[in-house]
Design a protein around this ligand. Structure first.
Ligand code: UT7
Length: 319
């Protein structure tokens, strides 16, 4: 028994917000700085009150429509998010309620920007074990809520959005290999080091990052885990038709492609228009590339995540 993606959907809230728009809102920055250092030109920002489960719902409806399934057909719902609606219940349970599904297994995965790759790997293992047959796997984030808008080194980098896939049991292989890793020793270089205690925020409720340390770490592990995942499937990186790395910074994507000796023509890029949407970035990019027919049925696609924790991982699949 294998698992296979049978439906893909995504959702971006509101209108694109340009780098110049951010400068006009009083952030001491410029389009020239942001686009040359990161490749980011636009991001989408959720309205006040628009939550991760709201964005997830729109993306999920589209993925279910693509798979030709109703929400009641699902027996597993996994949401990858670091910006849940509440401390509890899980965003997966809130999404389940909005979808009108009753009884499916539902839980959140917290692996920050690797969250979708973690969640997809978990769904693959549930399905291959035979315990579940139809999974909804979502990455959904409202990072705009945890940004310190007075810290120009971080607030210009992130955006909000959601992407979802339906994964079903299949006799034909879809997901070919997976690899997940973490090393908590690096927890300090990217974190929201706060919590709630006694009705107060303790620590710091904003995203804090050592950008250069994250950059170096990301480039190294994205190339390593891509090779590991290809080895597990018995192929070489040159056999990949498309690489979809976590969309954090165009320079990270270029450095990863270079290390893997892949042309940028094989790399799906959405960071220019979405910014870094954390766990949503990979399914958003996958959905766009499938909808605009760059990715075709039967091609080999390598998805990659890297993020706070530190966590990293890859999923090699055929659509
Ligand atoms: O999911 C993983 C998420 N994290 C990432 O992907 C981040 C990875 N890291 C990076 O992408 C880069 O490290 C950044 C884009 C965050 C920063 O680029 P950098 O080349 O490492 O710049 P820097 O932090 O060394 O800052 C260089 C200068 C500083 O000014 P001085 O000290 O040289 O005068 C900053 O104050 O750029 C300044 N600066 C800005 N200027 C205009 C920092 N942010 C901005 C800004 N606009 N938004």
């Amino acid at each position: 028994m294998f698992s296979r993606i049978t439906g893909i959907g995504s959702f971006l809230p509101g209108e694109p917000v340009s780098n110049d728009d951010l400068a006009r809102r009083g952030i001491e920055t410029s389009d020239q700085w942001i686009s040359s250092r990161t490749g980011i030109r636009f991001r989408h920002l959720a309205e006040n009150g628009e939550t991760s489960s709201d964005l997830a719902l729109e993306a999920s409806h589209r993925a279910l429509a693509g798979a030709g399934l109703a929400a009641s057909d699902l027996d597993l719902i996994i949401v990858a998010t670091s910006t849940p609606d509440f401390i509890f219940p899980s965003t997966a349970c809130l999404l389940q309620s909005k979808l009108g599904n009753h009884g499916a297994t539902a839980f959140d995965v917290q692996a920050v920007c690797s969250g979708f790759v973690y969640a997809l790997t978990i769904a693959d293992k549930f399905i291959r074990s035979g315990s579940h047959r139809r999974a909804l796997v979502v990455g959904s984030e409202v990072f705009s809520r945890i940004l310190d808008w007075s810290d120009r080194a971080t607030c210009v980098l992130f955006g909000d959005g959601a992407g979802a896939v339906v994964v079903e049991a299949s006799e034909q292989p879809g997901i070919l290999a997976t690899a997940l890793h973490a090393d908590g020793a690096h927890h300090g270089i990217l974190a929201v080091p706060g919590s709630v205690c006694g009705g107060q925020v303790t620590g710091d409720p904003f995203l804090r990052m050592d950008g250069q340390a994250v950059f170096k770490f990301a480039v190294r592990v994205l190339a390593e885990v891509a090779e590991e995942c290809c080895r597990a499937a018995g192929i070489s990186p040159a056999d990949i038709d498309w690489l979809i790395p976590h969309q954090a910074n165009i320079r990270i994507l270029e450095a990863t492609a270079k290390r893997m000796k892949l042309s940028m023509d094989k790399v799906i890029v959405t960071v220019d228009r979405h910014g870094n949407t954390s766990a949503a970035s990979v399914p958003l990019a996958l959905d766009e590339a499938v909808r605009n027919r760059r990715i075709q049925a039967g091609q080999k696609v390598l998805l990659e995540g890297v993020g706070g924790g530190f966590t990293w991982g890859a999923v090699l699949l055929e659509l």
